[in-house]
Design a protein around this ligand. Structure first.
Ligand code: M6R
Length: 609
């Protein structure tokens, strides 16, 4: 949660900071603020509410300083308010922070007894006081930061300005993401790469315990002992247009329409049609590991967890190995049974989700081989897992996951195919047939997107419904969960996803003529069963929106609305079913006038428990 940015260089600092914060606003939008050196003093402007409020506050004001830091907040300690907005300043030290300081209350008491006066309810404020305390004792800026951080327990990505040292910007990282952008005579810090992509593609990815010292002359990185460490910048291949709306009304809509491209990029270079296998560049299992493997655990949160549920079907079908999907926050506290004969796959768009990361660490501690599926390059999860496969979805700005979800499904399909081939469960011919079908998917997705007008009309028709039920069976059931989650999070309409066969055990009591039921009814081995569930809903006067196969002309007479899903094999159908459900949620939200890209109370990357 929260986004931080910092700049040192010749450009107009406030502008660079505000532009960076616009790209980070998806991480939190309870308040925003900047701090800039102005004639040796740190000037702070901060405001509760979205970034636009801060822009209004700054208005035409200009700052001549060439060094600054900025913050966009997702509140944890202290309600959203001007006082709790970052940057926080104490004495000569101004700080922006993403993370949580666990021992802030005890530190606060110690600092208060030394005469420090606090003006906010945040945990962050103690950091500025603590560093100021060590500055006052005569330490250099770097040493003051180092000594202060040694006293702190918790997670942080920090940007720090110290009056008296106005030619420097300091940054530090522990368990919260932080990158340093390297430009031509200008340098940046940010919570993620897209924030400063318009200015540079070269980045240093900070490690836990490192402190960066940025000056007009360059960047130096130090370890906790204050020794300089050598860091090679890496070049990223994202471009800044990927983080623009490109004419769409919302990022979410753009990202839905980008999905065929995202899938092509994710597949590119990863198929060997000749061998009937997937080529996963970073995946290398020890020769007997897969044969001896007893179980696969799939760990994730939110939408990524729905991908994990689909992964169970794919891996069990292609590899005949038992798979246990788990929610990160449940797995980590359960004393999970994992170890050397297990593979744990952690799935996360951001690679920074606290619960997923903690689950991975717990599994590693127990000797489990781990693999991460991430979208954000060099994220914590990507670095901590034994192996990583990246989804090449590009930056996702809308808080609702869309293109990153479908690309996770593609990676799980490729991984299951590869493991199935390695294990000898899938023959070369079967592998080739699966690949043949997979390469058709981007084209089928384009076809699916053509239904957007129809979906928008359906959204208008059911706009006043207060509750929705989503039903699916087998591999389509997780898509029912995903459809319901999308609707809830962006349109604030209550929705439940259910396995269709479970309806009669409870949810059927909810059905009446006010209740739209979205049924995933594509042709597969459980199709007849799903049709029976539709009959049960209609018998109770429920309204049914069916997602069906184009060959199914009968269904038109049974339901209120039908969206046809292009035909493919059942293991790839979830990718196509996802699109109309994303669009349904999107149009419902847009018609209701909610904040589609930044829904209330949410943040893109949940780096707190
Ligand atoms: O970055 P991650 O994939 O680990 O994020 C997990 C969830 O927080 C995320 O999928 C969340 O549920 C989305 N808002 C769903 O659209």
């Amino acid at each position: 949660m929260c986004g931080i940015v910092g700049y040192i260089g010749p450009r107009e600092t406030a502008k660079v900071l505000i532009e960076g914060l616009k790209r980070l606003e998806y991480r939190g939008y309870d308040s925003a603020g900047i701090a800039i050196f102005n004639q040796g003093k740190v000037e702070i402007r901060r405001k509760e509410g979205k970034l636009i409020k801060l822009e209004e506050l700054i208005g035409e004001e200009t700052f001549d300083g060439k060094v600054g830091i900025g913050h966009t907040r997702w509140a944890t300690h202290g309600r959203p308010s001007d006082e709790n907005a970052h940057p926080h300043k104490a004495g000569r030290v101004a700080v922006v922070h993403n993370g949580i300081i666990e021992n802030y209350l005890s530190l606060k008491e110690i600092l208060k007894s030394k005469g420090h006066i606090f003006t906010s309810e945040t945990d962050t404020e103690i950091i500025s006081h603590l560093i100021d305390e060590f500055i006052q004792e005569g330490n250099s800026s770097l040493d003051a930061v180092r000594i202060a951080l040694d006293k702190i327990k918790g997670s942080y990505a920090l940007g720090i300005l110290i009056e008296g040292d106005e030619r420097s910007l300091l940054a530090a990282k522990k368990e919260s993401p932080l990158v340093v952008g390297i430009g031509e005579g200008e340098y940046f810090i940010a919570s993620d790469v897209p924030a400063v992509l318009p200015y540079t593609k070269n980045f240093i990815f900070m490690e836990d315990g490192e402190i960066a010292l940025l000056s007009a002359e360059g960047v130096k990185v130090f370890n906790v002992k204050g020794e300089e460490v050598s860091k090679e910048p890496k070049r990223v291949n994202w471009n800044s247009l990927m983080a623009e709306k490109g004419g769409y009304k919302h990022f979410m809509l753009k990202e839905i329409f980008e999905q065929p491209r995202a899938v092509i990029d994710t597949i590119r270079g990863r198929l060997s049609e000749e061998k009937g296998d997937a080529v996963l560049e970073n995946v290398h299992f020890a020769p007997t590991f897969l044969k001896k493997m007893k179980r696969v655990s799939l760990i994730a949160c939110g939408t990524s967890y729905h991908a994990a549920l689909i992964g169970k079907f794919l891996i069990e079908e292609f590899c005949r190995i038992p798979v246990e999907p788990d929610i990160g926050s449940e797995f980590r506290y359960r004393n999970p049974i994992v170890g050397e004969s297990n593979l744990l796959i952690a799935i996360s768009q951001s690679g920074e989700t606290a619960d997923t990361l903690a689950a991975l660490r717990e599994a590693k501690r127990k000797g489990t081989t781990t693999l991460a599926i991430c979208n954000v390059v060099e994220s914590s999860l990507a670095r901590e897992a034994d192996q990583v496969i990246y989804t090449h979805a590009g930056p996702e700005i809308g808080v609702a996951s869309t293109k990153t979800f479908v690309t996770q499904l593609v990676i799980l399909f490729l991984l299951a195919l590869h493991m199935g081939r390695e294990l000898g469960i899938l023959s070369k011919e079967e592998g080739k047939a699966l690949i043949e079908e997979l390469v058709r998917v981007p084209h089928l997705m384009e076809e699916m997107l053509k239904a957007s007008n129809q979906v928008s009309k359906i959204a208008r028709k059911y706009l006043h419904a207060r509750d929705f039920l989503y039903l699916g069976r087998g591999i389509n059931y997780p898509i029912a969960l995903e459809g319901a989650l999308k609707l809830k999070e962006i349109s604030y309409v209550h929705a439940e996803g259910y396995p269709a066969g479970e309806m009669k055990h409870g949810p059927i009591a909810l059905i009446d003529r006010e209740m739209p039921v979205v049924v995933l009814a594509t042709k597969n081995e459980v199709y007849e069963k799903v049709i029976s569930n539709i009959e049960e809903v209609k018998a109770r006067e429920g309204m049914v929106i069916a997602l069906a196969s184009p060959s199914d002309r009968e269904i038109v007479h049974k339901v209120d609305d039908v969206i046809f899903i292009p035909e493919t094999i059942p293991s790839l159908t979830p990718i196509l079913l996802t699109i109309p459900l994303q669009l349904l949620a999107y149009y419902m939200a847009d018609f209701k006038g909610t904040d589609v890209d930044q829904p209330r109370n949410l943040a893109k990357s949940v780096t707190v428990e």
